[in-house]
Design a protein around this ligand. Structure first.
Ligand SMILES: [Zn+2]
Length: 127
């Protein structure tokens, strides 16, 4: 216990993220990225946060892969909040990363490729 030294988190502000508002698909502002740091050198572990002026703050976690879910939060790196979208209560938006074939998941994709950050509903709407 006494040998444990917490690593200070590193935050980049003014950063860019592939995350967009999961409700209206606009670019997020106030983007902040918290680099939680690698347990190993090739593990990228980041938390991305950004704000939609209409729908509030969102965040997603990148652990060497695109996020499976984008969460509405109260503030950057804050707690999850409940949202009501089209009458449905939800706590998270599933991304299309859930739907990619296992062969793609096992290959080394760029975790920041914006194609994988889209939320499922937005894809349905665009077809
Ligand atoms: Zn929005």
């Amino acid at each position: 216990m006494d040998s444990f030294v917490p690593v200070p988190s590193r935050e980049k502000t003014g950063a860019r993220t592939p995350m967009r508002c999961p409700v209206c698909d606009t670019e997020l502002r106030g983007v902040a990225i918290r680099d939680i740091g690698g347990i190993t050198a090739d593990l990228a572990w980041e938390v991305h946060a950004g704000e939609c002026s209409e729908h509030g703050w969102f965040q997603a976690e990148v652990i060497s892969q695109p996020p499976r879910e984008i969460f509405p939060v109260t503030r950057p790196f804050g707690v999850a909040r409940r949202m009501v979208v089209d009458g449905d209560e939800l706590f998270a938006f599933s991304t299309v990363w859930n739907d990619v074939p296992a062969s793609v998941k096992l290959s080394r994709v760029n975790p920041l490729d914006p194609r994988y950050w889209r939320v499922r509903g937005q894809v349905r709407q665009s077809i």
